[in-house]
Design a protein around this ligand. Structure first.
Ligand SMILES: Nc1ncnc2c1ncn2[C@@H]1O[C@H](COP(=O)(O)OP(=O)(O)OP(=O)(O)O)[C@@H](O)[C@H]1O
Ligand SMILES: [Mg+2]
Length: 451
């Protein structure tokens, strides 16, 4: 049953209680005074404490306070003399489980203790279950219980604390950046910097200066010395996003930092040592990029030691309801709306959809629905996933004579991105422009925030 401490100055009562509860299966210590009780409390941890409220050398309430402070789960039952209701109430407020009037009815006391112990074990079981549940979701903001995601959690958990370089693969919107965050914040470097660099949005010169920094005057526009992301990430993690967009010459320099943990600023001679953990990500088919020579094989082999492959959403449809409810909650809160959830038909449509843009597309879809709905429940009409045949009908495509080319271009980019689930690398290919050009245009047209 557990360990119990009985505090009672009356010798006969004390011995009677000790025997009674030993019969119940407790290991019982008995104290005759507050001082003696204090010594027991300081040296041991009790499941239950049974204490007189008035003691010859002290106050039972003080003892109660001490017990509750050092061990809040300990069950304390106070024994009160007839008529001391006020003090009994106070005892309850401080955290006593119950009180029982003297002379003590042993049978009643036994029942009180039994009930307390069983309630506590239910409570402990609940805590344990909650902890288990938390473990399942683990990284609070990463939603998903599917086998594929469980595998991701296990990997993240396993490699986060190490210094291993990690390569995160997965289609656009599958959560690569979320995972990179989880890796950093679950590592020993969590208190160090977490620095990101997106390689697709920069020209070669700018990317090198971004990564390694530059000395004053090293190229046109380098007006002063500047620290690069590697230096900024010292002692922490550098997240290199859209890895496959790095020019081959820059890849060589990157490889060197990975191997030797040192580099020079652009236009500089000083060799700078760094302690940086690298996490890289790409939504491209990396094996293809290596085969075509776009990504250097040596860099790839260096990076892929630990690879985390994020599954596309269509391969883990069982996670869709979880994600839907998570985002409904999130955006309802953000927008100050009272939304109870989503109705059956809408959920079914969400589950049926193939989600080429993965979780990002689902997130945008729910955000829109939450903002647009006039109801307390999201309905199918609120969802923007009804498939559209983009661009077939010239009227629908929005191209009319006399429209500024800028507007048409903006629309073309938007539609292409939407149809490809916001995969910018693919969109650039389809549009026949470089990824960097696409990024520049996104910025120019103010579209970038959505992706
Ligand atoms: N499992 C998930 N649980 C909750 N939110 C997610 C999950 N996966 C992705 N998201 C959300 O979806 C959006 C896109 O995720 P993220 O930016 O990590 O994708 P990505 O894989 O880096 O995409 P890209 O290749 O386009 O950069 C983010 O808002 C992110 O919070
Ligand atoms: Mg990303």
């Amino acid at each position: 049953m557990g360990d119990m401490l009985v505090i009672e100055d009356d010798r006969n009562a004390r011995i009677g209680l000790k025997r009674a509860f030993e019969k119940e299966g407790f290991k019982v210590d008995a104290a005759a005074s507050a001082a003696e009780a204090m010594a027991f409390i300081e040296s041991g941890l009790y499941d239950a404490v049974l204490s007189d409220i008035v003691l010859p050398d002290g106050d039972g309430l003080e003892l109660l306070k001490t017990v509750k402070e050092s061990s809040p789960d300990t069950i304390v039952v106070m024994m009160t003399a007839f008529g001391s209701v006020k003090r009994a109430v106070k005892a309850m407020k401080i955290g006593a489980y119950d009180f029982i009037e003297k002379p003590v009815d042993l049978e009643k006391l036994r029942l009180v203790i039994r009930r307390a112990i069983s309630e506590r074990s239910v409570r402990e079981e609940n805590v344990r279950l909650k902890r288990e549940l938390k473990k399942q979701y683990r990284f609070d903001n990463i939603v998903g219980q599917s086998e594929a995601m469980q595998k991701v959690y296990r990997l993240v958990e396993q490699v986060a604390p190490t210094k291993a370089t990690v390569l995160i693969l997965g289609e656009s919107g599958t959560g690569k950046e979320l995972v990179a965050n989880a890796l950093h914040y679950n590592s020993q470097r969590a208190d160090g910097p977490f620095i990101k660099v997106n390689c697709a949005s920069l020209t070669e010169t700018l990317l090198e200066s971004e990564l390694f920094g530059h000395e004053k005057g090293s190229f046109t526009g380098a007006f002063s010395q500047r620290k690069g992301r590697f230096e900024l990430a010292n002692g922490g993690t550098l997240f290199i996003d859209e890895l496959s967009e790095i020019p081959r010459t820059t890849q060589v320099k990157l490889l060197r930092v990975l191997q030797e943990h040192e580099f020079e600023r652009v236009g500089g001679n000083e060799t700078i040592p760094v302690d940086v953990r690298i996490i890289a990500a790409t939504n491209a088919d990396i094996a293809d990029e290596v085969a075509s020579g776009k990504v250097r094989e040596d860099l790839y082999y260096r990076l892929k030691v630990v690879t985390i492959d994020l599954p596309p959403l269509r391969d883990r449809k069982e996670d869709i309801p979880l994600l839907v409810n998570y985002f409904v909650d999130l955006f309802a809160r953000k927008n100050g709306k009272e939304i109870a959830g989503i109705d059956g038909g809408a959920m079914e449509a969400m589950t049926r959809h193939s989600w080429p843009g993965n979780v990002r597309e689902l997130e945008h879809c729910i955000e829109n629905a939450v903002v647009m709905t006039r109801d307390s429940r999201i309905k199918i009409e609120d969802l923007s996933i009804v498939p559209k045949e983009a661009g077939r009908d010239p009227a629908e495509s929005g191209i009319t004579a006399g429209k500024p080319i800028r507007d048409v271009e903006r629309e073309l980019i938007l539609k292409t991105l939407e149809s490809l689930g916001w995969n910018k690398t693919k969109a650039a290919k389809v549009l026949g422009i470089g990824a960097r050009t696409l990024y520049r245009k996104l910025k120019e047209y103010g579209i970038e925030g959505r992706g």
